[in-house]
Design a protein around this ligand. Structure first.
Ligand code: GRF
Length: 223
């Protein structure tokens, strides 16, 4: 397993973003490694992904904690700290984290959302909502999570996807997913390289160490 800063990944679903992050972490020079995966669902495909990449994974369902989000999030915080995790990535995690959990990892929790925030924030149906609204361009956002706001934290990376005339939720979701697989590792890399500088809610991306040019602008993901 590659060296690098220790990342904890929270999952609930299929785990394609976890897969993308594990693949990136296995490439030479990537500044992070997945140290622990926590799922709130036993049947999450992400657990199989973790197994395939040899990453430790644990299941912490809400039912184990008397359906008390605070108790579960406190246990999750302690487990992540024990694993030496410095950065937490929510990769398809389907619960809203408690403010206590968010405050325990300040500016250190990334979340991926399948829309161009602030459009279609909140909820689990952002792709359907974008289609119903008739947008022509959608995409994904990786942001920092902050106490007190859902899907309103500082934006680190966004990648755009053009909506096709014949798109349904499934086809659009799949193309947004493909952009997430680029955006999530990119945001993790920027964070781990210390290239994220906050000015209020605006994130500035600083140049890579040794780079003489200005930081590259976001590559256009529209085709
Ligand atoms: C992603 O589309 C993410 O934006 C949303 O949940 C989905 C997770 O997919 N929050 P996966 O489990 O990483 O495949």
């Amino acid at each position: 397993m590659s060296a690098g800063l220790r990342v904890g990944v929270l999952v609930s679903g299929r785990g394609s973003n976890l897969e993308a992050l594990c693949a990136a972490a296995a490439s030479p020079g990537f500044p992070a490694r997945v140290a622990l995966v926590i799922s709130n669902r036993r049947d999450a495909g992400a657990l199989e992904v973790a197994g395939r990449w040899g990453v430790p994974a644990e299941v912490m369902p809400l039912s184990h904690y008397g359906h008390d989000d605070r108790a579960r999030d406190a246990a999750m915080r302690d487990r992540l700290r024990l694993a030496g995790v410095e950065l937490v990535v929510c990769a398809g995690y389907n619960r809203i984290l408690t403010d206590e959990f968010l405050a325990a990892f300040p500016d250190s929790i990334l979340n991926v959302h399948p829309s161009l925030l602030p459009a279609f924030a909140g909820g689990m149906h952002a792709v359907e909502a974008a289609l119903d609204h008739g947008v022509k361009i959608s995409g994904c956002t990786v942001q920092l999570l902050e106490p007190g706001i859902t899907d309103g934290g500082p934006i680190i990376v966004q990648r755009a996807v053009r909506v096709q005339e014949d798109d349904d939720a499934e086809s659009l979701r799949e193309r947004i997913h493909e952009q997430e697989w680029i955006a999530v590792p990119e945001a993790v890399r920027l964070w781990c390289e210390g290239r994220i500088r906050r000015e209020g809610r605006v994130v500035r991306i600083t140049a890579a160490a040794g780079a003489t040019d200005a930081p590259p602008s976001q590559a256009d993901s529209l085709t």
